[in-house]
Design a protein around this ligand. Structure first.
Ligand code: ARG
Length: 468
């Protein structure tokens, strides 16, 4: 099989060396982008007179035939072809003869592979954004349905204050909204045409890079050829963004794993998103959520792989850069596999409102409200905190709650306590009293839902999946 560099070196290679050097086993998935890039390049070469119209038409038709053959599985990918660029050029030569050799005029595989990855990653980032948007929609509807569902809020996994379930779900919504923003920023920075850089120094032709840019739908043209051919910042950035996204997804998964546990029973997972045990018939396991948490490890690994590959590389292209693809592809595949699982698990889960409400009666969730009650009666907050702290300690020992303490018992702690303290102790009232913006109070939750909906509407017009 013809190697692209056969003139300088003998094309004969030991099989093991050929295998080791090859990237075709993984870069084959760039075939569409490689053909798109070649078409645009050939069209531009014809425009500047490097190719005749006939040569351009032959190349273009040949590329269509190659694409069709790849799609029908007629062109097996083997290491002899080294990489997708070689594979396609050789397949083109088999179809249109020597004209195929003119396609690589004014191009290097260094700028070719760069533009292929950018095209591919733009498309996949949009797919991921689309999936994230679906997840956000699901979160929004869960939140809207549970604006008034009361549950204990936790810090340190200890009962803290009562919140509405919507408050928690909207926390997920706004946290993921930052991931959408980050991926959109990343998309803007990867949207640069690097084709036309050549190996590193530019080319001896009056290239019309602006034409290639608009043919391929890039926003801008790279400024410096040497930088462009070895720039993988956009991959690192994408991997960093997905790593942050996965810190969020794994935290959401962890919350739901805990809430699904027998000790909490706040939610019940749908059978379709749970699995059983091979030995214990009683088990219903949250595997999708555990895998979400577990796969976070490989996403972090992908980021570290890429950072390490790039560290200390001499300027311009080095073969190390071929190692960019598997980490990137793994992160893309993992993210696209996980997002629908998280959405499906959350969408189909049943929230056990009674259990959550009951749990609010434990854990002295209105402690802050009772301290605020005393504060309103003129006791400095620090002292009120101390009084309520002592009450909680004693009540916990006696197995009592704020509601079951008698007014006489209250008065042993402070003479400011009156019968209206029971209203302050009522957990369902605690939420109504949260009047600050961003809080869990009814007014704030309404506002948050409106803000979330505005974001959903904005993203609807911004997130588009690729047409090819
Ligand atoms: N397969 C190579 C890669 O993925 C393509 C670029 C090869 N360039 C070179 N100068 N050997 O990076």
């Amino acid at each position: 099989m013809k190697k692209l560099w056969e003139g300088r070196l003998s094309g004969e290679k030991d099989k093991a060396i050929e295998e080791f050097n090859a990237s075709i086993h993984f870069d084959k998935r760039l075939y569409r982008e490689d053909i798109l890039g070649s078409r645009a390049h050939a069209k531009m070469l014809a425009k500047i007179g490097v190719l005749t119209d006939k040569e351009y038409r032959d190349i273009d038709a040949g590329l269509t035939a190659v694409e069709g053959a790849i799609e029908k599985g007629e062109l097996p990918f083997t290491a002899e072809h080294e990489d997708i660029h070689t594979h396609i050029e050789n397949a083109l030569r088999e179809r249109i003869g020597d004209t195929a050799g003119k396609l690589h005029t004014a191009r290097s595989r260094n700028d070719q592979v760069n533009v292929d990855i950018r095209l591919y990653l733009k498309r996949e980032t949009n797919e991921i954004l689309y999936e994230l948007l679906s997840l956000e929609r699901a979160l929004h509807s869960i939140a809207a349905a549970h604006a008034d569902t009361l549950m204990p809020g936790y810090t340190h996994l200890q009962p803290a204050q009562p919140i509405s379930l919507a408050h928690l779900i909207l926390a997920y919504f706004f946290m993921l909204s930052r991931d959408i923003g980050r991926l959109q920023d990343c998309l803007a920075r990867m949207d640069i045409l690097t084709l036309g850089s050549g190996a590193l120094a530019g080319l001896n032709y009056p290239l019309e890079r602006e034409m290639t840019r608009s043919e391929l739908g890039f926003a801008r043209v790279s400024e410096n050829a040497l930088d462009a051919v070895s720039d993988r910042d956009f991959i690192i950035e994408f991997l960093a963004d997905t790593a942050i996204l996965f810190t969020h997804l794994s935290r959401i998964a962890e919350d739901f794993i805990i809430f699904n546990s027998n000790e909490y029973r706040f939610i019940e997972l749908s059978d379709s998103y749970a699995t059983g045990s091979s030995i214990m018939p009683n088990k219903k396991n949250p595997d999708m959520l555990e895998l979400t948490r577990g796969k976070t490890g490989r996403i972090f690994g992908d980021l570290i792989t890429m950072l390490t590959v790039m560290k200390g590389l001499p300027s311009a292209y080095n073969k190390d850069l071929q190692e960019d693809k598997e980490a990137l592809f793994d992160a893309i595949d993992t993210t696209l596999a996980v997002l629908p699982m998280v959405r499906g698990t959350l969408e189909t889960a049943t929230f056990n409102k009674e259990r959550m409400r009951e749990a609010c009666d434990q854990g002295f969730l209105s402690a802050v409200d009772i301290a605020d009650y005393l504060t309103a009666k003129g006791i400095p907050f620090r002292d009120a905190h101390n009084i309520v702290g002592r009450m909680v300690r004693d009540a916990a020992e006696k197995g009592k709650t704020f509601a079951s303490l008698t007014i006489a018992e209250y008065r042993t702690y402070s003479d400011r306590f009156d019968n209206d303290v029971y209203k302050a102790a009522d957990v369902s009232q605690a939420r109504v009293r949260k009047i600050s913006s961003g809080g869990t109070g009814p007014e704030s939750i309404r506002t948050q839902l409106v803000q979330a909906e505005a974001l959903l509407n904005r993203w609807k017009s911004e997130v588009r999946t690729a047409s090819y």
